[in-house]
Design a protein around this ligand. Structure first.
Ligand code: NOJ
Length: 565
């Protein structure tokens, strides 16, 4: 197959690094670029060929780097531009491309564009942002910010409001304004010329707003209106992405993944169809929202496996031979998957391996979030003072003001807070992340869960990931085979087939701590020619009648299709 049909990123596995929490080389308690360079051998050993680096640009860190003050310089705490160039070069020697985070729905309010924009209504940069007059003493519309409060902030300097879908230190850029778009393309070129391997684009489907900025519906238990219908997948999103592709991306052999909350499979078919020249893949949020109740993310509900299966099936079918899926269980905004969809107690190892097998056998490009390969877990810090994330802290304040009890709020933070993913990487039994005081506390279970331990144990979760990555390189059926869900209504088993012209694979996973009975004939899999590809228990026993699937068991078998005669 040619490069067009079979680009390198279809066989790649991406490892996400959250630099602040990955490895600190100078003892200031904050991870840095030299720290990452020192761990490239480890990442290569896992089999990774692409690193997605969360933002390393200069930033006042209101939202840990997702508020960029200067797109062309490096955050001092993380190092220098020379360090960054060295990282790109050293990674290349390890066969690894560096994908950077492109955060251009908004900048920091300390970016020079905003400083100038807010200074005067006549500023050359005024239209780089979205300014409106208030309505009497009220903001221009009722939208709420993702990080609590109104999405508008009044700026005394010109007595007008600016839009910020995230924190008030993250003003939204105005993509309607052509000079802004040109400046964004120039900064992309600046980085591409340094030899990076692509971009992960932060909330990129928010960049086109309905410029009438209508009020949003106010959902029950909500203080503000929901503006999302007017900024998610907005009116000009496809034309902006095509322009970006035409002017910038088409000139480089890179990968792009758009973070797209609220994108459906129909949207993703447009975004990722190669004929449209927009992005290579998107991050869907649909499977991440399944354990949220009607009142949103903090309204934690148990996951229903049946819904997860239906959802993943929809994405597998929706993009097959049309576009391309990204596959992920967690990232720096999501809780740790082993605590969320697995079992972080007795079955931590088994369930972490099961989740890995389940995800990596799907069609798409898998993303591993740092520490996932160790089965790192959520954390429960006793005091709110131990939390750092702006989303969590703002939400806590707002809910307390609404009269919600401290313990109830803490319990949602324990399940859903973003700091679950942001505790430092666990390198050794005493941490190994820093010689100083880490910017956020370590998870105390570093004693048992750490890289040193994982590397020394040939049956660790790490080696399951390593094997899955190897399998992807060896077997085209993982990349190109079609997908068929079996037992769609089973509440605990997730069973599916991957099919190619001459071969089929059966993937069996148990999402529960119970032994489940699988009636083999339902799978329609011949016992002869059965080969075991991977499993998380030592011995897999299959007979033609009932197969017992043990707690959190996962296995994959390959077989030839029976030729009928
Ligand atoms: C999505 C990023 O992943 C998240 O960490 C950030 O807070 C928001 N976008 C705003 O940039």
């Amino acid at each position: 197959m040619d490069q067009q049909m079979n680009p390198w990123w279809k066989k790649s596995v991406v490892y996400q690094i959250y630099p602040r929490s990955f490895m600190d080389s100078n003892g200031d308690g904050v991870g840095d670029i030299q720290g990452i360079i020192s761990k490239l051998d480890y990442i290569e050993r896992l089999g990774i060929d692409v690193i997605w680096l969360s933002p390393v640009y200069d930033s006042p860190n209101d939202d840990n780097g997702y508020d960029i003050r200067n797109y062309r310089t490096i955050m001092q705490e993380f190092g220098t531009m020379e360090d960054m160039e060295r990282l790109i070069e050293e990674a290349k020697k390890h066969g690894i491309r560096i994908v950077m985070d492109l955060v251009v729905n908004h900048s920091s309010d300390e970016h020079e564009w905003f400083v100038e924009s807010r200074a005067s209504k006549d500023s050359k940069y005024r239209d780089y942002y979205i300014w409106r007059d208030g309505k009497a003493e009220h903001p221009p519309n009722n939208w709420g910010s993702v990080f609590s409060g109104s999405a508008w902030e009044k700026d005394e300097q010109t007595d007008s409001y600016y839009l910020h879908l995230f924190s008030k230190k993250q003003p939204d850029l105005n993509w309607e304004h052509e000079p802004l778009r040109e400046d964004v393309y120039q900064l992309m070129i600046y980085w591409l010329e340094k030899g990076i391997g692509g971009f992960r684009m932060d909330v990129i489907n928010f960049i086109s707003k309905d410029m009438c900025l209508p009020d949003g519906a106010v959902h029950p238990n909500s203080l503000y209106g929901d503006g999302s219908p007017y900024f998610m997948n907005g009116p000009k999103i496809h034309s902006y992405l095509r322009e970006m592709n035409d002017k910038v991306l088409s000139k480089y052999d890179v990968v792009t993944v758009g973070e797209m909350p609220g994108a459906t499979t129909d949207d993703a078919r447009i975004y990722t169809n190669p004929d449209n020249n927009e992005v290579n893949m998107v991050f869907t949020f649909e499977h991440m929202d399944l354990d949220s109740g009607p009142n949103g993310k903090w309204d934690v509900q148990p996951l229903k496996l049946i819904e997860l299966k239906r959802n993943l099936e929809k994405w597998q079918h929706g993009l097959h031979r049309v576009g391309w899926n990204s596959l992920y269980w967690n990232n720096h905004d999501q809780p740790r998957v082993v605590s969320r969809f697995g079992n972080d107690g007795e079955y931590r190892e088994l369930s972490a391996k099961m989740l890995a097998i389940c995800l990596h056998m799907l069609q798409g490009t898998p993303y591993i979030y740092q520490g996932e390969e160790l089965g790192m877990t959520n954390v429960e810090f006793p005091s709110l003072d131990d939390y750092r994330d702006i989303e969590t802290l703002n939400m806590y304040k707002e809910k307390i003001e609404q009269g919600i009890l401290h313990d109830d709020i803490m319990s949602s933070i324990y399940s859903k807070g973003r700091d679950n993913a942001r505790t430092p990487m666990q390198w050794t039994s005493d941490g190994g992340f820093t010689t100083g005081t880490p910017w956020i506390r370590m998870n105390p279970n570093t004693k048992e869960i750490n890289v040193e331990q994982a590397i020394n144990d040939s049956s660790s979760i790490f080696y399951t990931y390593q094997k899955l990555i190897k399998l992807r390189k060896q077997h085209d059926i993982i990349t190109h085979g079609s997908f068929q869900l079996l037992l769609a209504n089973h509440p605990n088993l997730f069973v599916y087939k991957r099919q190619s012209a001459d071969e089929e694979w059966l993937v069996v996973t148990n999402f529960s701590d119970q032994t489940e009975q699988l009636e083999w004939k339902i799978c329609d899999v011949p016992l002869k020619s059965l080969g075991l590809i991977i499993s998380n228990y030592d011995k897999v026993q299959i007979n033609e009648k009932i197969v017992e699937i043990r707690p959190y068991e996962a296995f994959v078998v390959a077989y030839k299709k029976e030729i009928e005669n």
